[in-house]
Design a protein around this ligand. Structure first.
Ligand SMILES: CC(C)(COP(=O)(O)OP(=O)(O)OC[C@H]1O[C@@H](n2cnc3c(N)ncnc32)[C@H](O)[C@@H]1OP(=O)(O)O)[C@@H](O)C(=O)NCCC(=O)NCCS
Length: 375
């Protein structure tokens, strides 16, 4: 019997230069740069450049790249028709199908630059797809993208019909920087597996979206907001968590395959949330989140098992303060993570070998075939 690696835990499929998750220390780098620095000081455009080209751009390169991204924001009639026809479907289903529909004349073999260009076009269009869908399903007039706004500000503008304040723009930007990349997680692995067959960038990214949809991966943010609504106030935290743990259910927003300490992105989400609250005085949820955190990790002792908060514990409250509907939270994650998928796909193609694992067959062999009419 071969050794089985259930959940592929601890299995290394390749080497990578894109990001490093320091699970025990709770740290993260993109291309060697600390996530705290990038979250506070970089635009999403700068981070996409870093992920796709391997190094931070100088001002001239950044300006050119920012313009290039902005020039691809428009979506085609084909994509608009796809979204119009799916106005009642789930947001992640729409996003997956709409992204797939952006592939035009993409059969054949492509150079590295052409593949990167396909990736850039997808990254540019995802915010437009999402904002367009949200407005159509709410019976509102879709808003065309603007090239003079940043990636983050333009998304907010297309979604809400007004430009964000600086604090709101920074919050959207930070959320996108924090979610842009995270090593070989389930959705990135899916995208890379598809790419390893030499399918195109559109198939790889579409597959990544499918994998991100699940509640064990990108779909957890929404359940955290439901949990916080359900708990209501700090006094009810103990009862709520106890009942959940007694029923052997997981607490949303906790646990991670790699982190054995607090996810470093939580502090950055908490910071931008506080800035949003300070700006518009909306009722703060940080205290409730921190009470849940302390109760689960310390009082219930889950910290001893390596279970700590992950970003989902915080990101939903940021999105909520930005007026974003809960069923779009996984799409927000997707909008950012597309960059990581594209970077990994390009890296896979630098030195490709088809990904083809094995399963150990444990069923029967040599059974007698009986014709259907005799069974
Ligand atoms: C993220 C997650 C899928 C990781 O899964 P995994 O690496 O396969 O970890 P496991 O499910 O094997 O968990 C290991 C142990 O910790 C416990 N555990 C893990 N996450 C937990 C949580 N959120 N609440 C309570 N207990 C948890 C498991 O019950 C298990 O306990 P056991 O050893 O007594 O059976 C898992 O922690 C989870 O479902 N978390 C909640 C959903 C979530 O926030 N997902 C987004 C992650 S970015």
């Amino acid at each position: 019997m071969p050794e089985i690696h259930k959940g592929l835990e601890g299995v290394y499929i390749d080497e990578s230069n894109i990001s490093r998750v320091f699970g025990d220390e709770g740290k993260l780098t993109y291309r060697g740069y600390w996530i705290d620095d990038l979250a506070q000081h970089s635009t999403y455009e700068e981070v996409v450049y870093l992920l796709l080209y391997g190094e931070l751009p100088d001002q001239e390169e950044l300006d050119a790249f920012t313009n290039q991204l902005a020039s691809h924001r428009e979506i085609s009639d084909t994509t608009r028709n796809v979204i119009d026809g799916m106005a009642d479907a789930g947001p992640m289903d729409v996003l997956r199908t709409a992204v797939s529909s952006t592939a035009e004349a993409t059969e054949g073999e492509f150079s590295v630059e052409e593949n990167r260009q396909h990736g850039i076009e997808i990254i540019a269009k995802v915010p437009t797809i999402l904002a367009y869908f949200n407005r159509v399903r709410n019976g509102e007039e879709p808003i065309k993208p603007r090239e003079d706004l940043s990636h983050a500000a333009n998304f907010y503008y297309m979604l809400h019909g007004e430009e964000p304040t600086e604090v709101q723009e920074h919050a959207v930007n930070t959320a996108m920087v924090l979610y842009a990349e995270h090593g070989m997680n389930a959705s990135t692995f899916t995208a890379v597996t598809i790419a390893s067959t030499q399918a195109n960038m559109y198939s790889a990214v579409t597959g990544g979206i499918g994998a991100l949809q699940g509640p064990l991966h990108g779909g957890a943010t929404e359940t955290v907001v439901d949990m916080l609504d359900d708990i209501g106030s700090a006094d009810s935290v103990a009862d709520w968590v106890d009942a959940r743990i007694d029923a052997h259910e997981k607490i949303p927003g906790f646990g991670h395959r790699v982190y054995r300490s607090v996810d470093p992105r939580c502090a950055q989400f908490a910071r931008v949330y506080q800035e949003l609250v300070d700006e518009d005085g909306e009722s703060a949820r940080l205290e409730l989140i921190e009470t849940v955190h302390e109760y689960v990790v310390e009082e219930k002792g889950l910290g001893e098992k390596g279970i700590y908060p992950n970003t989902d514990l915080y990101s939903g409250t940021v999105y909520s303060a930005l007026g974003i509907d809960p069923d779009l939270y996984t799409c927000m994650f997707t909008m950012a993570r597309v960059a990581g998928w594209v970077a990994h796909v390009l890296e896979q193609w630098e030195d490709n070998r088809i990904l083809r694992p094995r399963v150990e067959y444990t069923g029967e062999v040599g059974k007698e075939f009986v014709p259907v009419e005799e069974r």
